[in-house]
Design a protein. Structure first.
Length: 177
């Protein structure tokens, strides 16, 4: 039995039951009170590299090793995340706020002028990150206005030193010593 489902693009809005009225500004303030690390997720869509900034990243399972991230259903980068495809999660260091901001913007070629190397599996990896987690896409799920992507970890690289880029209450922060 499969736990995920595949869908064709463009994604259609799923039917939803009536929900309690929640003030969206207050919701953003509430969830923004949870400090997160910051990542840039990269993949290939044919010969074109795609990437986006994400702070919705977490480990899901150790056996098998799985990670989860979320991507806006309207994002052009979504076309690079197909069943059986691969992607890399680049975990940013505290000196990489500029990369986070760069990949959060809409641009025709987000990789122009960015230092990138190819992994053994051909994925674009960003230089200077704390770690890179390479994955094969296992599942995609609807999650409101986002798609939840679950990847099986197939390769890792981890820097010996460095501090994480942290995001809290709509601002980048530094960890206290």
């Amino acid at each position: 039995m499969t736990t995920g489902f595949d869908f064709d693009f463009p994604l259609e809005e799923p039917e939803r039951p009536e929900a309690a009225a929640i003030d969206l500004a207050e919701f953003k303030r509430a969830v923004g009170s949870f400090a997160t690390g910051v990542t840039v997720v990269t993949a290939r869509n044919g010969d074109r590299m795609v990437g986006f900034t994400a702070n919705s990243f977490t480990s899901v399972s150790l056996d098998p090793p799985l990670v989860l991230l979320c991507l806006d259903r309207r994002a052009p980068s979504l076309l690079g995340f197909n069943p059986g495809g691969t992607f890399a999660v680049n975990l940013l260091g505290d000196d990489q706020e500029d990369l986070s901001r760069h990949f959060a913007r809409h641009a025709e070629d987000k990789f122009a002028g960015i230092a990138v190397r190819s992994s053994a599996g051909g994925l674009p990896l960003l230089d200077g990150c704390l770690a890179a987690v390479e994955c094969t896409l296992e599942h995609r799920f609807y999650g409101g206005d986002h798609v939840i992507l679950v990847g099986r970890v197939v390769a890792l690289s981890v820097a010996e030193e460095g501090e994480p880029l942290v995001f809290f209450r709509s601002r980048y922060r530094a960890l206290a010593p």
